[in-house]
Structure formats: C-alpha cells, structure tokens
Design a protein around this ligand. Structure first.
Ligand code: NDP
Length: 338
C-alpha cells in the first residue's frame, strides 16, 4: 500500500458561475472522521447536479469541493467500530463505490456505511454509474412511484445517465416504457435500453401528447419520470391518467414553476419531487437500496453506457459540464483520476 501524501489535487468552486469556476487546487488530503474511510479515488463522473451547484441554483457554502461519484480503493479504515453490511466487508485495499461527494479529488472520505465493495464482476467504470444515476433511478421506481408489471410509464431525457437506467428498470419490472429525447441517435439508444417507443422532442408537443395517450391505452401513463423540468412540466399533465404520479426529479431545462395544489384536482394527481440523499440517509436505507440496485446489475438487468472518458484536469472537468449542458451526451461522462 502506498503512503498517503499530505496534499492532493482537487477541484474546488470558489465562486458561482459557468464551468470555468471549477478550479484545480493543491489542498490537504482530507482527514477522515472517526466513522469515515479514506479512499484513493480511481474513477469519478459528471452528474447534472455539478452544474446546479457551481451555477448557484443549489446553494452551497463557498468554497466547496465538486463531484459526487467515487470508485476507488480504501487506504484507511475508520477508527470507530464498523461492520460488514449486506453489501460486504470493508478491508484495506478493497475497491469500493460510494456517492459520498467531493469526488473530483485524488482522495476522498466516506462514512463506512455509505461505501460498498464493488462486486468482482463489475467494471470499475460501471461502478461510477452505480453511485448516483443507478441509485437514483432505483429509488425513483421503488419509492417515488412503485413501478409494477403492466404499468405504462414515460421517461424524459431517456438517453441520459439516469434516463437510460430508468428505461432498463422499466423493462426489468415489466412496464411499458415510452420515452422522449431530442435526436434520432439518442432515440435509438433509448430503444436499445428498454424503451418500447421513443418520441422526439423536436416534434410538436400536440403530436407527442397524442402518441403518448395512444401508447397508454388512450388513458395516459401511470407515471412520468421527468428530469428535464421546466420545458416538459405542462405537457406532463396532459399525458397522465387519473390518479397518476408525476415524478419531477431534475431541472436540466430550468426549475419547474410554483403551482397550486388545485392543478392536481382534475385528474387526482400526485406530484413528487425526490432527491437521492434522503433515501440513503441511514445505514439501513443505503444498504437496502444499494443491494436492490446491485442485485439488478449483477443479474444483467442494468447495463451502463459511457459517453466519454475525460482527464482529471481543470479543463477536463470543465468540459464535462460544457458537454452535459450542451445536450449532446448520452449515458455517463467518466473522469479518470488515477
Ligand atoms: P443527463 O445525462 O440526462 O443530461 C441531461 C439531459 O437533459 C440532456 O442530455 C437532455 O436530453 C435533457 N435536456 C432537456 N432540456 C435540456 C436543456 N435545456 N439543457 C440541457 N439538457 C436538457 O443528466 P443526468 O443523468 O446526470 O441527470 C438527469 C436529470 O436527473 C437531471 O435533471 C439531474 O439533475 C437529475 N438528477 C436528479 C437526482 C435527484 O436526486 N433528484 C439525481 C441524479 C440526477 P435530451 O437531449 O434527450 O432532451
């Protein structure tokens, strides 16, 4: 095991703004709290949330360290008692995956219970997708709207990181999946990943509403999974059936506007606005959701698509944010740290 250095390179945001506010700094290697592991980061990845944080849409105290997904090896175990979980035993040198944060760095800390051994048959690059996009998708189909066999569901931004996993989980759970995306190439990928029908957002909203209703027995879908936000908000109300659930989980096109509960009355609708973190806030909750998700991955029910591997440089990290907000990416944007 190599010795732990005193300092490391890490991406820090010191003021809010565009992708250029992600700056590489030489900073102290973090000191783990008693219940935390120290991890040497091998792989991390971009998430849309990186943009909300650095732009100030999600307000964080400045300066802060960027990044969320961590795949790497344990270089220091917690001082406090820790135990093997249903996810496996944590040992020095063990490769783990965790959504613990501050991951655009050579070293990162994570509470021991929020890190899981990477199964031997899972590629470390796929482990990056497990951290946020797959855990999120699993939480959405389990807790936000429990997808059942025979349900009709609509997945927005279907070729994106979360979108591709949602399509696959929809198929895995036996739902009929209709999806929207912005290009033919993305539509092809969404179909290959479980969408039965894919509509282009370049078509008119009226036409897409008709197609979605036709697909869903003329009644509309049981649930919409929407990470697009503002642009698709109103259309969602037209394509759902009575007693349906609108799961609005992101703001890629901007935040949805404030609305009155009366808007839900004509179709007795439910709207939920989930985020991953409360679903994995305790050791039990993290272990349950992570086990559910890794079981599906190990059974081959979820496969991960990689858009591109970016270098761990200031420019590399900035480029991930230019690319993901530029709407040209599919699947996961990886960053190779070491
Ligand atoms: P994606 O890979 O899905 O990238 C975002 C996609 O959004 C784009 O590819 C694009 O797909 C679509 N999009 C629609 N309108 C716009 C626009 N105006 N500008 C940019 N993109 C647009 O990102 P992620 O998989 O990382 O995240 C997907 C969504 O899920 C995001 O909103 C993210 O914030 C949210 N999320 C929420 C979590 C939570 O805990 N609530 C956790 C993880 C992600 P297309 O071209 O097909 O329209």
């Amino acid at each position: 095991m190599s010795t732990i250095p005193k300092t490391m390179r890490a991406i820090q945001v010191e003021k809010t703004g565009g992708p250029e506010v992600n700056v590489m700094r030489e900073v102290p290697v973090p000191t783990p709290k008693d219940d935390e592991l120290l991890i040497k980061v091998e792989w991390t990845g971009a998430n849309y949330i990186d943009n909300y944080r650095r732009s100030g849409l999600y307000k964080l105290d400045l300066p802060f360290f960027q990044g969320q997904d961590i795949v790497g090896t344990i270089v220091q175990l917690p001082k406090a008692a820790h135990q093997a979980t249903v996810l496996g035993e944590l040992k020095l040198g063990q490769r783990v995956w965790t959504p613990a944060g501050a991951s655009f760095a050579e070293y990162a800390v994570a509470p021991w219970w929020k890190a899981a051994p990477l199964p031997d048959n899972v590629d470390p690059k796929d482990g990056v997708s497990m951290c946020t996009v797959a855990l999120t998708a699993m939480a959405l189909v389990r807790y936000s709207y429990t997808v059942k066999k025979g349900d009709y569901i609509l997945v927005r931004a279907a070729a994106g990181g979360v979108g591709l996993v949602l399509c696959q989980l929809g198929r895995y759970l036996g739902a009929h999946v209709i999806a929207t995306t912005s290009s033919e190439a993305k539509a092809k990928l969404a179909k290959e990943n479980g969408a039965d029908t894919v509509l282009l957002t370049t078509a008119s909203s009226e036409d897409n509403v008709k197609e979605i209703l036709k697909f869903a027995e003329g009644k509309g879908v049981h649930a919409v999974f929407d990470g697009v936000g503002a642009d698709t908000w109103e259309e969602n109300f037209k394509v759902v059936r009575t007693n349906a659930t609108i799961v609005t989980f992101g703001n890629a096109s901007g935040a949805v506007p404030p609305f009155s509960p009366l808007k839900l009355a004509p179709k007795c609708l439910k709207v939920t606005r989930p985020t991953l973190f409360p679903f994995i806030a305790t050791p039990e909750d993290f272990a349950t959701l992570a086990k559910d998700m890794t079981d599906v991955v190990e059974k081959g029910g979820i496969k991960f698509a990689v858009h591109k591997v970016y270098p761990f440089t200031q420019e590399g990290v900035q480029q991930t944010q230019i690319d993901i907000t530029g709407r040209g990416t599919t699947g996961k944007l990886l960053i190779h740290v070491s």
